[in-house]
Design a protein around this ligand. Structure first.
Ligand code: TNX
Length: 515
């Protein structure tokens, strides 16, 4: 029996052969000009071999060859073939993204220690024929950098971790009640005031205790541009999120004219759903549109996220100005008011050739014409949106909220609540069963959420993310047919060695302990 290499996410077709390729001092990487960057990235991945692995643009024997083959449109934008034989390794795709994913698969045929940059002597690469393409186009990971600020260097590392799992979408939640994390040149107080809070909740929310320690930080536009470029090289699109009209207390603290109250607010220090939401003045609409304009200059992403979740309507009900606005605009209630607010953003983004995406509350009071819905309160929002012809990204909390406990709360580090073990993350099916095949085409994919109320460091974030994100990557990439948790676990064990070699603080799943 030829052993089956542990590729994760599982490829659509994987046929081991009895050939072997010897990677040694005579091996070269051959890549035509347009694949130069990917070739150099592969050199970087292989630097632990201590072989020179020169990058050449012309084909030769004994080489790792990267190729674009325009006749293979059947592979789609991200698919590839990988063939390892005795005299060559060939990765072929219709588009560069496919070549990049072929390279990620090739890395997984090599010793795990190479991820950490170490491996001595010649390497034998097992013979395979792989033919592979993803099931979904939106394979995402969300990260909240507001509740706890994460150092910029960590975001780069995280992009690498996403890319090795063939995830292609990084949703950066940049603004919230407890912190504003993106520099906006027109409104400097968003970060100088909104970027800092005086303290943070200590322990769980139910204890109602605070730590007395200031917390904050933000990314400059230059930081974010560097991150976008780094991610682009790794075929990861960064979707920025600017929250409105709720989860905006940090912005209101910086610019009180955005709020509904006459008393000033400070940057939030309490988790949960907060009543302090933005008002609906023309100047406020303009303010957020201006913020979006600067955001779009940094992020080329087609999709721009405007939040829209958890905006309690109490202050709008009590505000004579908001009530007058509802009447003037001929709206029925506060939900239609929010829908009007979001529509102003939808029209603004559409004018600039972008598409609005928001949490499923944007359905309430009527969905903006161009909107895509991110369905987090279960599947319902996604179903409603898909049925009305809108695109959907699934993010249902029971399956994709990686801030939930992954084991017994008595022995796990503090988390928000819930229970989402690895097996459940793996069992997730992104397409709701009630959708017809036609409606299901609106499901672009799904993503894992990392809200950071109780995640205060990169190490804890890695603990919460992995290996649940590894499981989700397979849900999103691999064909539905052939899905098996037991078989996944067999591949997960060697995969965790790769993460270990990278120094990732993953959680050891119960199923693999002592195995
Ligand atoms: C709900 S999910 C929120 C976040 C919290 C999260 C905690 C969503 C759109 N809003 O503000 O951080 O629950 O799990």
């Amino acid at each position: 029996m030829i052993p089956i290499p542990a590729i994760l996410p599982r490829p659509a077709v994987l046929q081991p052969t009895d050939a072997q390729f010897l990677l040694d001092a005579k091996t070269a990487i051959v890549a035509p000009k347009p694949l130069d960057r990917i070739g150099r990235m592969l050199q970087g991945y292989l630097k632990g071999t201590e072989f020179p692995l020169p990058l050449q643009s012309r084909s030769r024997k004994g080489a790792i060859r990267l190729k674009i083959d325009k006749s293979r449109q059947d592979l789609g934008d991200e698919g590839y073939t990988l063939d390892v034989s005795a005299d060559a390794i060939e990765i072929c795709a219709a588009k560069p993204a496919g070549v990049f994913y072929g390279v990620q698969t090739l890395r997984q045929l090599l010793p795990a220690s190479l991820y950490g940059g170490r491996s001595a002597g010649p390497l034998t690469v097992p013979g395979v024929h792989v033919e592979d393409r993803p099931r979904f186009v939106w394979r995402g990971a969300h990260l909240d950098v507001c509740r706890h600020f994460m150092p910029k260097e960590f975001l780069f590392r995280y992009v690498d971790l996403l890319a090795l799992h063939k995830l292609n979408t990084f949703h950066l939640h940049l603004t919230d009640d407890q912190g504003w994390r993106i520099e906006i040149k027109r409104y400097p107080k968003l970060t100088s005031v909104g970027g800092w809070r005086k303290e943070t909740m200590a322990g769980h929310y139910r204890e109602q205790k605070w730590d007395g320690t200031p917390h904050g930080g933000y990314y400059t536009q230059e930081d974010l541009k560097q991150l976008v470029a780094y991610a682009k090289d790794r075929f990861v699109n960064i979707v920025p999120e600017i929250e409105m009209p709720g989860h905006a207390q940090a912005a209101i603290a910086a610019y009180p004219e955005l709020g509904n109250l006459s008393t000033p607010l400070e940057v939030g220090t309490r988790w949960g759903v907060i009543e302090n939401i933005a008002n609906v003045e023309d100047s406020t609409i303009k303010f957020f549109q201006n913020v979006l304009d600067e955001t779009m200059k940094i992020f080329p992403s087609k999709f721009i996220h405007v939040g829209g979740d958890e905006a309690p309507k109490k202050q709008w009900q009590e505000s004579p100005r908001v009530q007058a606005r509802i009447k003037d605009l001929g709206l029925k209630d506060e939900h239609e008011m929010q829908s009007w607010f979001i529509r102003q953003m939808d029209a603004h983004l559409a004018k600039k050739g972008r598409r609005l995406i928001g949490w499923d509350e944007i359905l309430e009071g009527g969905l903006a014409p161009g909107a895509t819905v991110m369905s987090w309160r279960g599947e319902e929002g996604g179903i409603a949106a898909a049925k009305s012809g809108h695109d959907v990204v699934m993010a249902p909390n029971p399956f994709t909220y990686f801030d939930f406990y992954q084991g017994d709360p008595k022995t796990e580090p503090l988390a928000i609540g819930g229970r989402l073990p690895l097996s459940k993350a793996y069992s997730f099916e992104p397409i709701p069963a009630v959708l017809t095949a036609e409606e299901a085409k609106h499901v672009l994919g799904a993503q894992g959420q990392l809200w950071t109320e109780y995640i205060d460091s990169p190490a804890k974030l890695e603990y919460m993310a992995f290996p649940r994100l590894s499981a989700l990557s397979e849900v999103l990439w691999s064909p539905k047919e052939g899905k098996s948790y037991d078989e996944f676990l067999v591949r997960l064990r060697p995969h965790l060695e790769r993460l270990r070699s990278l120094g990732v603080n993953f959680r050891e799943p119960e199923e693999l302990r002592g195995r």
